[in-house]
Design a protein around this ligand. Structure first.
Ligand SMILES: [Zn+2]
Length: 276
């Protein structure tokens, strides 16, 4: 699952390229999206803005039509110049929006649909998102309250539920819990208050560090972690994620891993540093 900062950067790139320009072409592999395009043609409409909302990318067209796409595990938006070779084949294309200068292509997005601003504010899943770690007005107390309300659910799974707190994906889930010294199996309601605050603060700073323009995410993560650690290899950007069996960078214990949750995503942790 892409992290909130990836979605945020995607939306910002789309906004820079597309907003304020008219769509010159629209194409989609989804019949229900094509039907809206048939009824209310998208080509010719002004693209008003592109923004991120949790794991959703929203593209607003004039006339109260918002294209909502959800990235899930493998979805992505790419920007190309006309005639430029696509990174994926056309069979992976789900939605395509052209302007005079750009071709924006959504590959493998499992969810794409048109909604109105009114629907977005009420019935849409976007409306149900928890406080967003990347928003300047992030409400930490509300995020902590929601995560605690998950009760016996392991904290590692609660942090992925975007209705509780929005922005954390599978990588930062493991990294944040390591840095906060909280075991991933700890019931959400049993995480001490100060640890919960650390989790939120760390999530916020990791995500914010990664939206700095023009710097690869891994390098940014590394720099933000580096303040507390004097490692020498800049390619080693993560503490525990994807490091099963390798020695912990702090205590040397072999990093543990296991699959958690219905979709069985892997969690990584250090039994030495996260033994509460
Ligand atoms: Zn350790």
């Amino acid at each position: 699952m892409p992290e909130g900062d990836t979605i945020f950067r995607t939306a910002r790139s789309l906004h820079k390229a597309l907003a304020g320009h008219r769509a010159t072409k629209f194409d989609t592999a989804y019949a229900h999206v094509a039907r809206i395009d048939d009824e209310k043609p998208i080509a010719g409409r002004l693209i008003e803005r592109c923004e991120a909302a949790g794991k959703h990318v929203l593209i607003a067209f004039e006339g109260d039509l918002i294209l909502r796409t959800h990235m899930r595990m493998n979805g992505s938006w790419h920007l190309y110049r006309h005639g430029e070779r696509w990174w994926r084949g056309p069979q992976a294309m789900r939605v395509r929006v052209d302007t005079a200068d750009w071709v924006a292509v959504a590959f493998d997005v499992p969810v794409a649909e048109f909604v109105t601003p009114k629907q977005l504010a009420s019935t849409d899943p976007v409306a149900a998102l928890g406080p967003d770690l990347l928003k300047p007005d992030f409400d930490r107390d509300e995020a902590i309250r929601r995560v605690r309300a998950a009760g016996a659910l392991p904290i590692a799974q609660a942090l992925l539920d975007q209705r509780l707190v929005a922005g954390i994906g599978n990588v930062y889930k493991s990294e944040v819990l390591f840095l906060a010294a909280v075991h991933p199996d700890t019931p959400a309601s049993a995480v001490p208050e100060d640890a919960m605050k650390r989790i939120m603060n760390l999530g916020r700073s990791l995500l914010a560090a990664n939206v700095v323009e023009g710097t690869p995410a891994a390098i940014q993560t590394y720099r933000s972690l580096r303040r507390t650690d004097r490692r020498s290899d800049p390619s080693d950007s993560l503490w525990v994620y994807s490091r099963a069996g390798q020695p912990c960078r702090r205590c040397g214990t072999a990093i543990s891993s296991k699959k958690m949750g219905l979709d069985a995503r892997t969690t990584y942790w250090c039994q030495g540093c996260q033994n509460n």
